[in-house]
Ligand binder design. Structure first.
Ligand code: ADE
Length: 225
């Protein structure tokens, strides 16, 4: 899979992909992540990527030219399955959406800034608009990193133990059960006996029961259907 991220502040996207699982996924050749500095695509000498809104009002709007030139150049090089725009007014990201997107070939993610992009960018190029939650960030970069992370870790081969994605919270609309490691007792607080029993079947039943109880308590909305 290949993910091209178009950004006005590319430095914000460096560290999320430079460490740990996301870095390893790239080294293994499972995913290619390319960050594009929007200012490299401007055709004005000030490298300006925004302008005043027609009709007035507070806030700047990202102009169409550099975004269009960047997307068109990428599209000349390969086919893209989705051109995604990160925006607070998009569709709310879910694990189901990340699962679906992890099966795609190539995607472009455009990060918004200021008051957003000229509507014609959305009309002409964008196939999917995504928000990571009902709050407003200063720009789409952190949201793009969240989206890319949630997708990449689901691509087969990225996680060492493939079942570890399958047992994540939300993967089956349940929160994950509690987990414990050494020591078996800490200041009088003991690990549940059953986890030390070695009876794998009983442990799985316990975990499922805990997942259900936790979900009912903390996220009853997930159990509604
Ligand atoms: N840009 C600003 N806020 C955002 C959000 N919540 N999700 C996606 N992109 C954003």
């Amino acid at each position: 899979m290949r993910i091209d991220i178009i950004s006005a502040v590319p430095s914000l996207l460096e560290s999320p992909f430079a460490d740990s699982i996301l870095q390893r996924a790239q080294t293994k050749g499972i995913v290619t992540v390319k960050i594009h500095d929007l200012r490299d695509y401007t055709n004005n000498k000030h490298r300006k990527i925004d302008d005043y809104a027609f009709g007035g009002g507070a806030g700047m709007v990202m102009t169409i030219q550099p975004i269009a030139d960047c997307i068109n150049k990428l599209k000349e090089e390969r086919h893209y399955d989705e051109v995604i725009y990160m925006t607070p007014d998009g569709e709310r990201l879910t694990q189901t959406m990340s699962n679906q997107m992890s099966a795609l070939g190539n995607i472009i993610i455009l990060c918004g800034h200021y008051k957003g992009v000229d509507q014609r960018v959305r009309d002409l190029f964008i196939t999917k608009e995504i928000t990571i939650g009902d709050y407003v960030l200063s720009g789409g970069e952190l949201a793009a990193a969240v989206l890319a992370d949630s997708i990449i870790r689901l691509i087969p081969g990225v996680l060492n133990d493939e079942t570890s994605a399958l047992t994540d919270s939300f993967q089956d609309d349940l929160l994950a059960p509690p987990v414990y490691t050494r020591p078996a007792e800490y200041e009088g607080k003991k690990v549940p006996e059953i986890l030390l029993s070695g009876d794998q079947q009983k442990i799985e039943t316990w975990r499922m029961d805990q997942a259900q109880k936790r979900t009912a308590k903390l996220r009853p909305d997930l159990l509604k259907e």
